[in-house]
Write a protein that binds this ligand. Sequence first.
Ligand code: PEP
Ligand code: MG
Length: 540
Amino acid sequence: MTELTGKSVYQGVAMGPLLVIKRELPKVEKKEIEDPETEINRVDQALTQAKEQLQKLYEKTKRMIGEDSAAIFEVHQMMLEDEDYIDSIYNMIRTQRVNAEYAVNETGDNFSRIFADMDDDYMKARSADVIDISGRVVRNLTGCRDTDLSDAEPSIILADDLSPSETVQMDKEKILAFATVHGSANSHTAILARMMNIPALIGVPMELEKLPDGARAIVDGYKGTLVIEPDDETASAAEQKMADEREKAKLLQTMRGLETVTPNGRKVHLYANIGGVGDVGYVLENDAEGIGLFRSEFLYIGRSELPSEEEQFTAYRKVLETMAQKKVIIRTLDIGADKQADYLHLEKEDNPALGYRAIRICLKQPDIFKTQLRALFRAAVYGNLSVMYPMIISVEEVEQIKKIAEEVAEELARSGVPYAMPEQGIMIETPAAVMLSDRLAGLVDFFSIGTNDLTQYTLAIDRQNDRLDDFYNPHHEAVLRMIQMVADNAHRAGIWVGICGELGADLELTETFLKMGIDELSVSPSMALPLRKKIRETPA
Ligand code: PEP
Ligand code: MG
């Protein structure tokens, strides 16, 4: 039994097999082998496994994104059946008496070079694909995992670090817990763990190469520990904790259907944060009263091209229809910093958190922005939509946004496309927006305070940097005073104000927020019922 300690970013206990993610392929070594037929058998098994993985990826992508995006996995399946490719691998094993990994890797390289040298653009593009499929087969041969969990059993995922795009693409049903070597408590990956309601640790000092893939382990998000190959006593203590948790969760269910109201009768809107259409289930399961932050950029990451207007319209409409007439606040594209999309070709920046991101991209590349607004305004017909804009720093930006929004509405009206104008608000997540909140309040319908970025920019602490966690004080007086200032300025102008950053779920601050007059709290779905309980017990 080995016990490692990290920092917990979400509580809970999970027990199950380890699944170690290693992105880098192990160096493929050339080895002389005795029996070619055994190696050929290994190749056949790895090819079959690869085809099954690709079929699952095809089905999942088709279901979640659409047939066009899924087609690439069909192409990859066909390439794995290509006779020339397979014959070349077999031949190399038989004539050169080399190991399967080496033969697949070499064949991949050879074919890739041939494709790259062709004149035809379609064939040129297959060059990267053949490397991709060969990598998959080599991974299967070496038992090395990437983030494709399609054929994994539910596991405790160990990785060096996980990017938001990797996390969103993972099959959530397969994840019992996360533990990573790096990462920070306020990263989007930690936020996703909270949303999925799974225990998660960061900063665990582990050597991934040496960990036994498949071995039983426990993640304890209360103690911040990862126990590998626990003894019987530790395993049964974990089982007891898991049973206690289930009991607590059952008790919390008594909060379902109750009003979110303080003992002295003050009503608070209790909403949930989501990252995609598939997360709406968590909102309903946890009885949140609406969606206070739909991070729409998750529709844009982990793919190879911009989502079309139709694709976005379908996603937004689905969320609105499922939520019936409950409030759904969709934030426009907040890409950049840790949330990257390669196809946008954003330049590498020295300070990405202070860089070309979010509304800045939308204002500089209005075509992207307008496509999203068209999809949103069209979807607004199907429910109770509000739209909000991230990373605002000036009055001029808001005026410019409103002008673009009006243009989009006029274009839709002119072409006779059904649409509705949603309520429009802004995120207050920069000190500049706080200081201008008296003027900004006159321009919009609501404020939603993004405490994750507001804390980052106020305290000058990069939320992605795990070395700064010790300096990070989420209850810093400067941030709390800013929230008070924003609430006062909102109310003076007669608009409502909410918090959608992680701080909104901090039960130690619920009383403070209620006293400040915060009207809405939007939290990870898993925090909705505990927060309702807290509000119902807090006279304020
Ligand atoms: C925030 O900054 O508080 C916020 C809610 O947005 P995100 O975490 O997506 O940056
Ligand atoms: Mg933010």
